[in-house]
Design a protein around this ligand. Structure first.
Ligand code: EPZ
Length: 428
């Protein structure tokens, strides 16, 4: 069993280079299936989920070749649909994109029901609604989602009942080669949706309006391969911004798109954090006390739900009462129990967590209950003089490239240790 041992209390100082965005890399890797050609994808983050997605593509018959640490060549000419391994697909929510990509290429799809971070029920009814609107028959049985459009996919109008990142991307993947034009209404606006649309357009698609409520896709006969660089990860950047603020440090966070960070920067400045914006970097420092604040997560460009646990840690350190409302994901407060073990004074009522902050946290043995919760617990440990032990860290490594190395480079005392099961049993 692997754990992170954090010996905190030191302000983080120095420069952090942000990697490519996980939630853009995953749909773009999978979208390359639609080109039936060779694609080169650059600025890939070296994280578990990217390896998993490439592994699944290889099992489908794609030829995968790493040209460098962050650049992959994907030849999808030999790919076969309907054979994605269910034991791999079930590990990652982004596996839903295989449904849209297979449908878009072969007019049919068979993919295991997706898994991923456990936030309660993560429906895919809107994905299915989009596929059916395009003319596919969809059934869910035996743990698989099967879709088939015997007469081919036809352009249509799709109105999403809820704003859904995955649903919006999947509708784009399925419709990009449909006969006719598809209009997606009430689409999600996230930068990774724009990045996926830009990738597909570079491959010869005709997608307009990505990043707005309405996306129009004019179907094309064929797509071709391309070379494409993934956008920087705004959530990784936001995580390090909060780490700088939490430890009263000073970090230059480079390889970012400041526009994507606006809602995060605005909230941090409200708390008294100083942020200087440059073309492709932000400099974040905090010297005085943190002001309490109220935050509500919203679809982009609102405050991101994927920054919610990290903001919760900052609220523990801010004097007074802070309120954190989660409006996007059903159940994303599991990390609160772990922070309470560190002495945090938090009460959860419905979709809102109430933080009575200001008291210092104390080191403890805690669990990374999901990806962003794990990152939040690392930040909490970095603020505490003394040892914090974080287990189940594979969650963290699903979405953060070299988090130990990046933090060590800016002064953190953090290391990954491997416990044998017997020792772990002793530990427990
Ligand atoms: C994506 O998940 C991200 N994952 C999540 O990031 C992120 O939290 C989420 O978008 C919201 O921004 C990836 O991109 C791989 P949704 P996704 O479809 O696509 C409901 C991380 O930490 N809904 O926008 O699954 C759903 O239940 C991960 O990197 C339906 O009701 O999110 C959820 O409450 C965690 N029916 C809400 O919408 C549907 O058919 C938002 O889901 C689809 C969604």
């Amino acid at each position: 069993m692997e754990k992170l041992i954090v010996n905190g209390g030191t302000p983080l100082r120095g420069k952090v280079q942000i990697s490519g965005m996980k939630n853009a890399a995953l749909p773009i890797i999978i979208a390359s299936l639609l080109t039936e050609d060779v694609c080169v994808i650059e600025n890939l983050p070296a994280i578990i989920d990217v390896s998993l997605a490439l592994n699944i593509m290889e099992r489908m018959g794609c030829r995968i070749r790493m040209l460098s640490a962050d650049t992959v060549e994907i030849d999808s000419r030999g790919a076969v649909g309907g054979i994605t391994p269910v034991e791999l697909v079930s590990q990652m929510r982004a596996s839903t994109y295989f449904m849209g990509a297979e449908l878009g290429r072969w007019n049919e799809s068979k993919v295991g029901y997706p898994g991923g971070c456990d936030f309660g029920v993560r429906a895919i009814d809107q994905h299915i609604k989009a596929f059916e609107a395009l003319g596919a028959e969809v059934s869910v049985d035996g743990g698989y989602v099967r879709s088939k459009a015997a007469g081919g996919l036809r352009g249509t109008s799709i109105y999403f009942d809820v704003v859904t990142v995955g649903g919006t991307i999947n509708a784009m993947l399925a419709s990009v080669k449909a006969k006719g034009t598809t209009v997606i209404e009430n689409a999600a606006h996230e930068p990774h949706i724009v990045d996926t649309a830009n990738f597909l357009n570079t491959c010869g698609a005709h997608i307009t309006g990505a990043g707005t409520d309405t996306i129009k896709i004019r179907g094309v006969e064929k797509l071709h391969g391309c070379t494409y660089a993934i956008i920087p990860d705004m959530i990784e950047a936001g995580t390090y911004m909060i780490a700088a603020a939490a430890t009263s440090g000073a970090l230059l966070i480079s390889n970012v798109i400041p526009k994507h960070l606006e809602s995060i920067s605005a909230k941090l400045e409200e708390m008294g954090v100083l942020i200087e914006e440059y073309d492709d970097s932000v400099y974040v420092t905090r010297s005085g006390k943190l002001n309490h604040v109220n935050v509500k997560t919203l679809p982009y460009p609102g405050f991101p739900t994927d920054m919610q646990p990290q903001m919760g840690v900052l609220m523990c350190l801010a004097d007074g009462m802070s309120y954190l409302s989660e409006t996007v994901i059903e159940n994303r407060f599991k990390y609160v129990n772990e922070l309470q073990r560190m002495g945090a004074n938090i009460r959860v009522t419905g979709h809102t967590a109430i933080f009575d902050g200001g008291a210092p946290l104390t080191g403890a043995k805690v669990r990374a209950v999901d990806l962003r919760a794990g990152a939040a617990l690392v930040i909490a440990g970095l603020t505490i003089p003394g040892i914090t032990e974080i287990s189940e860290i594979d969650h963290i490594e699903r979405g953060y490239e070299n988090i130990v190395g990046k933090l060590t480079n800016v002064g953190a005392d953090i290391r990954k240790v491997i416990f044998s099961d017997s020792l772990a049993a002793d530990e427990a």
